[in-house]
Design a protein around this ligand. Structure first.
Ligand code: ADP
Ligand code: MG
Length: 566
């Protein structure tokens, strides 16, 4: 089977194209173009030629979803390991990674103060929601599925990818000229699964608050003023934290539309707007509430609850906050907003711990020998093997791991030295990655070699070095702004979404219900305790011209695509 566009495909492009465009617009698979005018939308960029992928690799990527979910949860609830691992990167990248660590440390302190007997890492809100996306490429030489990165914040394109798959499925069934008849376009479940995960977290919050309120009202019969009447802001809202001037709006709105069918009200706000409109509840009597915003809020507050413009917030869903740009305009207020959210009782998607667990430095540290085997996944050896099967070569460039290396100034030796020397000589075999998300930040080629040769650890500690993966190059028809173009050499990146909702009791306590010690993951415990949701949630396939080093769709490098299996 070949994915080469056949002559008939190219001849029929015009009809196919208009058909595909009509289908995409009908589904609302649009975004706002960069020259934004109110009401102006364009279709999402897409490929007209679904990609053939090995069934084994595709299923393997889905199999990895649950173990990665568990791993992220364990990492996020192991504050000392996380802080130790990110310390050097935080110092080298004080303006962003350092600030995220500050928020994390504050949330840890807040958790300790929020209830008697809490241990480090038990946050005020123990439930955490993950909507992750693990990205992979299939290395052509080894046929191995290798992880590019794990996104734990703002994993986007879930909803739009389902729409693109629906469109490509329709086109394939209508024309059937470039793929064999018996293959099906795989349609992602993310359009349903992502809103469902947010709904589950919202319901979990509501249920817990109701339980709390009934226990308060039954235990406080002598004090009617603090009775369950304090919960006046129900039902709570889901707060989407968004970027100013967001272009990828439809991907977010589709989630909102879905939640509204369940009468869950979503409110969108930038970090700055959150700083102006949000507050954390303190226990005061009726009418005494103070603070920057108190619109319409008269009754007694719930301590630690998050209120936005007077409405209680059940879940905060971040579609912003993952890049320093989101904290540039009103820096102090924007970081204060992040802080108030983290130290509140709202369920965060993601919590600051989940966010940090998805950083590139953590990805590298988890790949180091023994970290999974002896520590995080000691009780799950079968998961260790599965996880390791997708790790590419990853090397640290920070102090802890390169004590015996003097990078760039000669004297290179030690565990990572070989890779670093090789990278200086053969930069085309590597990628240098900073602690950044959102595309356009990696360093390649000559610049990579130059950086490794000339920069010291105080700069390089914010980077990791990664083996370059070389996926198979294939021809494809890419469509942008209504125009189809055949590109001879393209490569694809597969992302698998996963959703997880848990309160840490699986990962944070031993089988007798006692708090665990930081270095101890007790082996036998009920597998599902405290875990409400742990599953794969559909996929994203992005295709880009091979010569483009970066892979972002929003950034204009890649287009959305679909998978057919062999
Ligand atoms: P970001 O957080 O900016 O998305 P990524 O690690 O996903 O960072 O890198 C961006 C893009 O660079 C990827 O989408 C992929 O196209 C390319 N890339 C990253 N790592 C590798 C690698 N090891 N081999 C080949 N390409 C890579
Ligand atoms: Mg990426």
């Amino acid at each position: 089977m070949s994915t080469k566009p056949s002559p008939s495909l190219l001849k029929d492009n015009e009809e196919k194209l208009s058909s595909a465009l009509a289908h995409l617009y009908a589904l609302g698979a649009t975004h706002v173009p960069s020259t934004r005018e109110p009401g102006h939308v364009v279709h999402v960029p897409f490929s007209l030629t679904p990609r053939v992928l090995s069934r084994v690799c595709f299923l393997r990527a889905f199999e990895l979803a649950k173990p990665f979910n568990i791993l992220v949860d364990r990492v996020a609830r192991s504050p000392d390991w996380l802080i130790r691992t990110l310390r050097a990167a935080g110092e080298a990248d004080a303006e962003f990674t350092g600030k995220l660590l500050d928020v994390f440390e504050h949330a840890i302190e807040d958790g300790l103060q929020s209830r008697a007997g809490a241990t480090r890492g038990e946050m005020r809100q123990q439930y955490m929601l993950g909507i992750h996306r693990s990205d992979y490429m299939v290395d052509d030489r080894s046929s191995r599925l290798l992880q590019i990165e794990l996104n734990t914040i703002s994993s986007s394109f879930g909803c739009l990818s389902t729409q693109v798959h629906n469109t490509l499925g329709y086109i394939h069934s209508r024309y059937r000229d470039h793929l064999e008849n018996n293959v099906e376009v795989q349609v992602s479940e993310s359009l349903n699964k992502i809103p469902e995960a947010l709904k589950a977290a919202h319901e979990c919050y509501v249920k817990n608050e109701r339980e709390k309120s009934s226990s308060i009202s039954s235990s406080s019969s002598l004090s009617p003023s603090s009775s369950s009447s304090s919960i006046v802001t129900f039902p709570p809202i889901v707060l989407f934290v968004i970027q100013e001037g967001e272009r990828n709006i439809m991907d977010q709105r589709l989630i909102e539309f879905s939640l509204s069918k369940h009468n869950i009200h979503c409110v969108r706000a930038t970090l700055f707007e959150v700083s102006q409109g949000a507050r954390r509840g303190v226990r005061v009597s009726k009418g005494e509430v103070e603070g920057p915003v108190n619109s319409g809020f008269k009754e007694e507050e719930k301590e630690g609850a998050l209120y936005y413009k007077g409405r209680e917030v059940s879940v905060v869903y971040f579609r912003a906050g993952y890049t320093p740009n989101d904290y540039l305009k009103h820096t102090e207020e924007e970081w204060a907003a992040r802080d108030v959210i983290e130290c509140s009782n709202a369920i965060k998607c993601p919590s600051i711990g989940y966010h940090l667990a998805g950083s590139k430095k953590v990805q590298q540290a988890l790949a180091a020998p023994g970290v999974l085997e002896d520590y995080f996944m000691k009780d799950r050896p079968e998961d260790v093997a599965l996880l390791r099967s997708c790790f590419a070569g990853l090397w640290a460039l920070d102090e802890d791991n390169t004590d015996d290396i003097s990078i760039g100034k000669g004297n290179v030796s030690g565990g990572h030295a070989e890779a670093i020397i090789d990278a200086i000589e053969h930069p085309e075999r590597y990628v240098l990655k900073p602690q950044r998300e959102g595309g356009g930040n990696n360093v390649y080629g000559k610049a990579l070699s130059e950086m490794l040769r000339t920069q010291g650890k105080e700069i390089l500690a914010a980077y990791i070095l990664m083996e370059r993966i070389f996926p198979k190059e294939e021809s494809a028809v890419l469509v942008r702004n209504g125009k189809a173009e055949t590109v001879e050499k393209t490569v694809s990146e597969l992302g698998v979404y996963s959703v997880f909702l848990g309160n840490g009791s699986e990962n944070g306590r031993d089988e007798r219900g006692e708090k665990r010690k930081e270095d101890l993951f007790v082996v036998s415990r009920a597998d599902n305790s405290g875990v409400i949701l742990n599953e794969a949630a559909g996929y994203l396939l992005r295709t880009k011209p091979s010569e483009s080093d970066e892979g972002g769709v929003a950034a204009g490098y890649a287009v959305l695509d679909a998978v057919v299996l062999i």
